[in-house]
Design a protein around this ligand. Sequence first.
Ligand code: SF4
Length: 129
Amino acid sequence: MSTVYELICIACPVGCQIRAETQQDKIISIAGNHCKRGESYAQEEIFRPARVVTSTVRVQGAVLPVVPVRTAEPISKDKIGATLEELAQIKVSAPIKLHQVIVEDVVGTGVDVIASRPLMSKEAGERTA
Ligand code: SF4
């Protein structure tokens, strides 16, 4: 039995609407993509969907209560919930550097969570005010 997927390719700004038909773990027909990258995109999106996860993490002693963070690379979609749960549990200390590793190997994905911006400590913020 085959399954049909309707996807919008995000590999470039054209945004082709792709219709892919799969059987077991193979794409048996594909239409709507204007180039080969659309095929690769459909293959990944159907069989190994992954996303960069963005969130915030609580910070102690900083000018703001939270710092925005993201995974350094896309992670499997089925690990997103566990990643967000882990990030909700932690609290880090200021100062935070841009791209500082906040969590190593988050939920065993092999991918680190990093800071999306620097964040100075409260004391440093008061000195510059
Ligand atoms: S199929 Fe090719 S042209 Fe269409 S959105 Fe994807 S990368 Fe762009």
